[in-house]
Design a protein around this ligand. Structure first.
Ligand SMILES: *Cc1c(COP(=O)(O)O)cnc(C)c1O
Length: 456
């Protein structure tokens, strides 16, 4: 092995003085230069090199490395999957409008825990509690970091050491690490399973109460549906039992709307207000599922129960930050006027998009891409889009996509190239075609897709 090349490695100080690097940040130049020299050294020792790059080439390699330092890991992507609440892609997009509203809170100080009227310390929940109460009909409300946290706080504060009756059909797992039985165990609540997987009646709960259950828990089975020979006790019936026995009824609604979005394809529409109206003592749901706001776990219900949760030590552990609160407040404010909300909240706008609008958008995209790649097979394709986020299982939304079969490369290679392009474009492959669905495209995404396709 020839190690004499080691002696010819560029001198660090000489490299730093290269004219190409002089105007750059010194600290980053040093980091990148050291990394380059380490890599060259390792290559020589591994016998992978018999020449060294020229000094000019070394300097430009350093510059390339520096670019990767400055490139954020967490960044925007184009969601062309047609899945509106895509868990891997950050669930609900908030839109440019909300982003603009957030600027002052984001870039400077805010009255997060400061009561402007009296000039003394305030509560961070105050910014959203009134809106949440008026939109859900609850007496009191609060927010934690996410809905998993809301369930955990609810059980820890209201059910620790108590038997909690829950249907065997509702012992759900949501996204791997969140399983109702595990969360219950961690909170100190004692799981009392009632009924069977497919059928649970009110009298099953009544028997559990007779046997010592002190809390009733209902969990929405978000990501699956039990069909066929089924029966379950609804919230209204459970609330009757809970009231008769003086026990709290807790209801994890998972994903729900703040008002009826009147979507023609939606058979069973869960609205937060209904949970309260039907008699749940506390409801909880996600901020970034069908509500369409930021990651958060909303808790709403009876005043004394919410107060018990606000003063529980876990509330401090799970408290939301100012940006979450800002996004929730702004979204709730928009929700006061449903017609406006359907236009201004991106999640709702995408869910409600008309078939005709989607066909027009997808057709435009097809036309545009054909101009850029005349040899490719590009056509309009009907799709079955999804709400996603485990929010509406077994509901498919009629949509449209540009379907592509490229020339001189495989569909898989095209998928990869679009994903690795300047703005990462996430698409899906279906029956040998690459699909770019119109439903989940945000303003400007068509231009990003066109730029990526033109660059191929
Ligand atoms: C999604 C979901 C959760 C978890 O909510 P996150 O906001 O993801 O933490 C809990 N319960 C139900 C029923 C859900 O659908």
């Amino acid at each position: 092995m020839d190690y004499s090349l080691l002696r010819e490695l560029p001198n660090m100080n000489r490299l730093l003085e290269h004219p190409l690097l002089l105007g750059e940040n010194r600290t980053l130049v040093k980091l990148a230069a050291r990394k380059l020299l380490d890599e060259l050294r390792a290559d020589i020792l591994a016998g992978k090199r018999d020449t060294l790059p020229s000094p000019d080439r070394c300097a430009s390699l350093v510059l390339e490395k520096m670019k990767t330092y400055r490139k954020p890991s967490l960044r925007g992507v184009v969601n062309a999957t047609g899945i509106v609440l895509h868990t891997n892609l950050g669930r609900a997009p908030l839109g440019k409008e909300l982003y603009a509203l957030a600027e002052a809170v984001y870039s400077g100080y805010s009255n997060l825990e400061y009561d402007i009227a009296s000039g003394v310390r305030g509560s961070r929940y105050a910014h959203i509690e009134g809106l949440l109460c008026s939109l859900t009909g609850a007496e009191a409300a609060m927010v934690v970091n996410n809905n998993a946290g809301a369930v955990f706080l609810m059980l820890s504060a209201l059910a620790a050491g108590k038997q909690v009756a829950i249907s065997r059909g509702e012992l759900v797992e949501i996204g791997g690490s969140f399983r109702i039985p595990d969360i219950m165990a961690a909170s100190g609540a004692l799981l009392t399973e009632v009924g069977t997987t497919n059928r649970t009646r009110l009298k099953d709960y009544a028997r559990a109460v007779q046997d010592g259950a002190e809390v009733l828990l209902k969990v929405h089975t978000s990501n699956y549906e039990i069909v066929g020979f089924t029966e379950s006790a609804d919230v209204e019936a459970l609330s009757g039992l809970a009231k008769e026995q003086g026990l709290p009824l807790l209801y994890d609604m998972g994903s729900c709307f703040l008002f009826d979005p009147k979507l023609p394809w939606l058979r069973d529409c869960r609205i937060a207000r209904d949970g309260i109206l039907q008699g749940a003592d506390v409801i909880c749901f996600s901020g970034d599922k069908l509500f369409g706001a930021a990651q958060g776990g909303i808790l709403a219900g009876r005043k004394e129960l919410i107060a018990a949760m606000k003063s529980h030590p876990l509330a401090r552990v799970l408290r939301p930050d100012k940006l979450t609160l800002q996004a929730l407040e702004a979204t709730l404010d928009i929700c006061r006027c449903p017609e406006e909300a359907m236009e201004r909240i991106p999640t709702l706008r995408m869910l409600a998009a008309e078939e005709e609008t989607l066909r027009d958008r997808a057709s435009d995209l097809v036309r545009r891409l054909r101009e850029l790649q005349p040899d490719w097979e590009i056509r309009l394709r009907k799709t079955e889009d999804e709400a996603g986020g485990g929010s509406l299982p077994n509901v498919s939304l009629p949509g449209y996509a540009a379907a592509i079969v490229p020339k001189s490369r495989s569909v898989d290679a095209l998928e990869e190239a679009l994903r690795l392009s300047e703005t990462c474009i996430v698409s899906r492959i279906h029956e040998g075609e690459l699909l770019l669905s119109a439903r989940t495209l945000l303003p400007g995404d068509e231009e990003r897709i066109a730029a990526a396709v033109a660059a191929l």
